[in-house]
Design a protein around this ligand. Structure first.
Ligand SMILES: [Zn+2]
Length: 174
């Protein structure tokens, strides 16, 4: 059996790499990014959650780096890294770099494309196989699941279908 440290990830497809890193909670999203050829940096980024950008100097094997807002709490930084991984995997042919504001909106990208990045980020951080595993172990409290997966309780509840992505209020009656 090959040891993880000696794995040459450049020989693996992204889907295989994601599967490898999404077996047990919490998902090691930084190691996943690195295996995909991305280097992750923390930086002071006013009004920006994170970005993924070509980075010849400091980038990983792919030539890209992810920069994440160093002032954000850990769970939010983890979501940002997963969201930027998604832009790299799904959208990098569309434009050279992605710079997400506090609402995860990047200039020039539609809401649909951002939603696609959010969906892959959720698949990475809250994989269905781990959710099933937790449920099998009797862990069904969304707050405990969130802490085991190191995601925000809000993200967990959306993932479990307990609430919608947006706070939809009942239509107002006139
Ligand atoms: Zn984005």
């Amino acid at each position: 059996m090959q040891m993880q440290a000696t794995k040459n990830w450049s020989e693996f497809r992204p889907g295989e790499i994601i599967k490898h890193f999404t077996q047990e909670p919490p998902v090691d999203v930084v190691s996943l990014a690195e295996a995909l050829g991305l280097r992750v940096w923390e930086k002071s980024l006013p009004n920006i959650s994170g970005m993924v950008t070509p980075d010849q100097l400091n980038g990983g094997r792919s030539g890209y780096s992810i920069y994440v807002n160093a002032e954000d709490p850990l769970n939010r930084r983890r979501f940002t890294i997963a969201h930027e991984i998604a832009h790299y995997l799904l959208h990098r042919k569309r434009m050279p770099e992605f710079k997400d504001d506090r609402m995860y909106r990047s200039p020039g990208l539609s809401d649909d494309v951002e939603a696609e990045a959010n969906r892959l980020a959720a698949d990475i951080l809250m994989p269905r196989r781990i959710i099933r595993k937790l449920l099998d172990q009797g862990v069904d409290d969304p707050r405990i699941m969130a802490s085991r997966l190191m995601v925000s309780p809000d993200a967990m509840e959306i993932r479990l279908g307990l609430r919608s992505r947006f706070n939809t209020k009942a239509p107002r009656r006139f």
